[in-house]
Design a protein around this ligand. Structure first.
Ligand code: ASP
Length: 441
């Protein structure tokens, strides 16, 4: 009998997780899920994060030191950043077009606002989000570049939040290996080649537990979700975000089929394990090892491209997040501050949501912290900020799951485009769908 493909196994795990979570809710068994199921999901996410830094280091150093000259790297870098910015602007524009046409804020009654306000606006969560966002904002305009440069490589590698610093160090190391005589660089290159292979094998091993881990992750999400009544009140707003995200996926599929001439269905099938993990973990950083493995070994994008485009994308390219920020900002204005709905503010939203998505960390809930910066940029009254966040809290987690999926798909799409434009698409290492996962069993 033909073995079930990995994405089906993960999907089945997700469905079981949801059903189990609902059953536990109905028998008041939340404690059981929190005590005995949630840890499994946490361990899985930690394992994925564990290999992110070694993977970025090994694959980026290998990718760059494999290039025969540095001008190729410049071409790739420039192309990547330009395409990332363009796709993000398109995402925000789609979000704004939808939210201004569908106007989900108009259906929200004063009663709903009061319920949400009572439930969330005085919570510690709202205060923490606002404090975090303000701390980010208080830095100067060039601070994000300063932050990219590590002053201690080992320290940078010891902190998952400093991914951009690790990328910076790896690029510098790779470039310097190109600049010294080949025979002197060889021992180091062999070391990183080997490390890269080993880490990719770790991804395969970890992925064996993915179907069980997503079961745990989704059961946990279900038992910690809000009351269905509250979710229902926000269904129109959530629907607009999801519709925008779906349109974004269609846009990626169009790009893939028109530019790289690959079948969109093939693309979806190959990237789906990464998408499903992004959905289950709400973290592009945790999903990065799997995204890299899928794009490299199953979609035929050269390591030289994936090693740069994907880690950079996971940290700065968040189309789903920026689309969500655009929709959320306008939705909040429709409900709480209609006088702010002027054209100039929509332009400011495009710019700040672009910057905010670059600045958002690739972890759960980061998009909401940066939303505060978007709102402050348009002059949203600060006394209404806790109420604004209260308004969208209840549906933030499910939307986070969806937008993370789009963030990861966007990175994979751009890596295909950059690879195609540089003649680095092809050479499938793994022909069979599950080869990689089977041979570690
Ligand atoms: N969770 C998202 C990610 O990791 C970021 C966000 O939108 O909150 O890509």
């Amino acid at each position: 009998m033909k073995k079930l493909a990995l994405h089906w196994k993960i999907l089945i795990g997700m469905v079981f997780g949801i059903v189990f979570g609902l059953i536990m809710l109905s028998v008041k068994g939340e404690w059981f899920v929190n005590d005995w199921i949630e840890p499994l999901g946490k361990i899985f996410v930690k394992m994925l994060k564990l290999i992110a830094v070694p993977l970025i280091l090994a694959s980026l150093v290998k990718g760059i030191s494999d290039l025969k000259d540095i001008s190729k790297f410049k071409a790739m870098g420039l192309r990547t950043i330009i395409i990332y910015v363009l796709t993000t602007v398109i995402a925000i524009t789609i979000g704004l077009a939808l939210v201004n046409t569908i106007k989900p804020g108009e259906g929200i009654t004063q009663e709903t606002v009061s319920t949400l306000k009572a439930k969330y606006s005085n919570s510690d969560k709202a205060a923490t989000i606002i404090t975090n966002a303000r701390a980010q904002k208080e830095t100067g305009p060039l601070q994000f570049i300063v932050d990219m440069v590590p002053d201690n490589a080992v320290f940078a590698m010891s902190n998952n939040k400093l991914m951009l610093q690790v990328i910076f160090f790896s690029i510098l190391l790779g470039i310097c290996m190109l600049l010294i005589p080949e025979k002197d660089a060889k021992p180091l290159k062999d070391f990183f080649d080997s490390l890269n292979e080993v880490v990719l094998k770790m991804v395969d091993l970890i992925m064996l537990s993915a179907p069980y881990a997503v079961f745990a992750l989704l059961a946990t999400v279900i038992v910690s979700a809000d009351h269905p009544d509250i979710l229902l009140a926000l269904v129109k707003y959530a629907g607009v975000v999801v519709l925008g995200l779906a349109l974004m996926i269609c846009f990626y599929l169009l790009l893939v089929s028109v530019y790289t001439k690959k079948s969109p269905l093939w693309f979806l099938k190959e990237i789906s394990p990464a998408q499903l993990l992004a959905f289950s973990t709400s973290s592009s950083a945790a999903t990065l090892p799997v995204t890299m493995e899928r794009v490299e070994e199953h979609m035929g994008v050269d390591k030289e491209v994936t090693s740069f485009v994907l880690p950079v994308g996971a940290t700065i390219n968040m189309d789903g997040t920026s689309l969500y920020q655009g929709v959320a900002a306008v939705f909040i204005m429709q409900v709480l501050w209609p006088e702010g709905l002027v054209f100039s503010n929509q332009l400011i939203i495009i710019l700040t949501a672009l910057l905010a998505s670059i600045g958002s960390a690739a972890v759960p809930g980061a998009g909401m912290v940066m939303l505060v910066i978007v709102l402050e940029a348009i002059g949203f009254p600060s006394d209404l900020l806790p109420i604004a966040l209260a308004l969208i809290f209840a549906v933030d987690r499910p939307l986070d799951m969806c937008r993370t999926m789009v963030n990861v798909t966007g990175d994979a799409t751009v890596s295909m485009i950059v690879a195609k434009s540089l003649g680095k698409l092809g050479n499938l290492k793994v022909k069979n769908w599950d080869d990689n996962y089977e041979d570690v069993k």
